[in-house]
Design a protein around this ligand. Structure first.
Ligand code: GDP
Length: 195
């Protein structure tokens, strides 16, 4: 995808009606601080259009970024803030699930995991939600530049095992610093959206 123009078109809160965009969508999920904003900014060639690390307790929204008037990158709320109340967590969870369940145009869901860490209980739950809504999660292992080359394969294997990824499950390492993985992710999005 050659990025010609991008804009934040739609912001949905917990009670908002979800839009029917009539354009292909791909969504990004992951725990807070995993590097989701950095990835989305990197994909859009922008420094800071996607929010970076919303503070705990701040409003969580689903953001739709319009790419070339052709498709949407959908930024789902980050999960896993320790300080947020259980009822608040449940609301976010319901919002994400509602989106996964109702979007007519959703073509794929990317789940971001920090390449340095084993998947958490929340990551595993998110993986199952995505799967149970009929999508095979595509894993992006973020912050690739933080690992030594010699550690990469071992950590990718640990993520695969932690999530019980299927044999042909996809995992793409990405660095927002070097942009390694960016072209591969776009090639996959282009293929999945038919653009
Ligand atoms: P979000 O909460 O998932 O949106 O995470 P952010 O994109 O805000 O990133 C959280 C922190 O990790 C920030 O300090 C980023 O600068 C840093 N970060 C994100 N991606 C990378 C990466 O690929 N490499 C490195 N070294 N740092 C990253």
């Amino acid at each position: 995808m050659v990025i010609k123009n991008v804009s934040l078109d739609i912001v949905c809160g917990i009670t908002s009606k979800l839009p029917d965009t009539n354009r292909p969508e791909v969504a990004f999920a992951g725990k807070s601080n995993v590097g989701k904003s950095s990835l989305i900014n990197g994909l859009m060639n922008r420094k800071s259009l996607a929010r970076t690390s919303a503070q705990p307790g701040k409003t969580q929204t689903i953001n739709f970024y319009n790419i070339n008037e052709a498709m949407y990158l959908v930024d789902l709320p980050g999960y896993g803030y320790a300080k947020v109340s259980q009822s608040e967590k449940e609301k976010w969870g319901k919002m994400i699930e509602r989106y996964l369940h109702t979007s007519k145009n959703l073509k794929a869901v990317f789940l971001l995991i920090d390449i340095r860490h084993d998947p958490s209980a929340n990551d595993k739950m998110m993986y199952d939600w995505i799967l149970n809504n009929g999508y095979e999660p595509i894993i992006i292992a973020t912050k690739l530049d933080k690992l030594k080359r010699s550690q990469i394969q071992k950590n990718i294997k640990a993520i695969k095992e932690g999530l019980k990824l299927s044999k042909d499950g996809i995992i793409i390492p990405f660095s927002a610093e070097t942009k390694q993985g960016r072209d591969e992710i776009w090639a996959l999005i282009d293929e999945l959206t038919g653009l």
